[in-house]
Design a protein. Sequence first.
Length: 291
Amino acid sequence: MKLPQSVTRRAFALAATSSLVAMTPPASLQAIAADAPPTYSLGDLKKQLQSQNVDIIDTTEESKGLFSVFTSGDSKQRPSTLGVIGRGTNGDLTGRLNSCDKKGCIGSFQDPESDNYVPPWTYSSSYSAQGASSFSAQKQAILAREAERQEKLAAAQAAAQAAAQAAAAPEGDATPVAAAPTAVATPPSPAAAPEGKSRATAFSELKGAVEAAGGNIISAVEADRYLYAEFTDGGVVDDVEFLFSRDSPIVGYRSTPRSGGDDKRQRNRIRDLRKSLKENGWKSVGRINES
């Protein structure tokens, strides 16, 4: 609506205010509104939940700045990125740990060219220290060597069995001794490692080393091939995870601080843990990026 030239801005403002007053609902409608369910702002909701000692955690990027972590310090909350992913529908895959998504985190499931990458470990002293990542073609070479070793072992066992049968046969017994069967290559045993060390033994060795280093073990289930521990240093909590391969003597890991971005503490701890296991045949499979 076009206003006459004689109407000033002030007069127009007064007229608009009068219109708003006229639009105020009558007392009867106000009474109905008073009985309606109350509404809350985000601040009111946070205060209500905090008064009930309810911890709210939302780690999605979209919600940062709204809920993030409403506790007496985010370092007390375990991140949602812990655990094993990619085990397969029937749990028939090795799986992997999460990638590092922030500065200060290191892991063996990174791109080998990444600054966050650190090489996995092996608990078999006969394995080559040639560089590899947990998901590189080197794994295929490891499996091939293990299959060859299993083939030779099967042939040796068959020969020993045939010799034992021959020795146990009575003198003069003309019963022919069955010839040793031809060795057939078998897939690597999920729970076995070269030189006779089982995965269970290696798991126990790692658990002992983590405990000796002051780690508070939260989860350690050999059947799951997963070990998770918390380390506290100067009031700061670090989450350290280990995942044993299902079909090779390889152990991947991930170490990340809950706060801060200095990875020096993570690297030093991982190095010290590996050195403490050295006498048991453990070693790094590759080189650490110095960049």
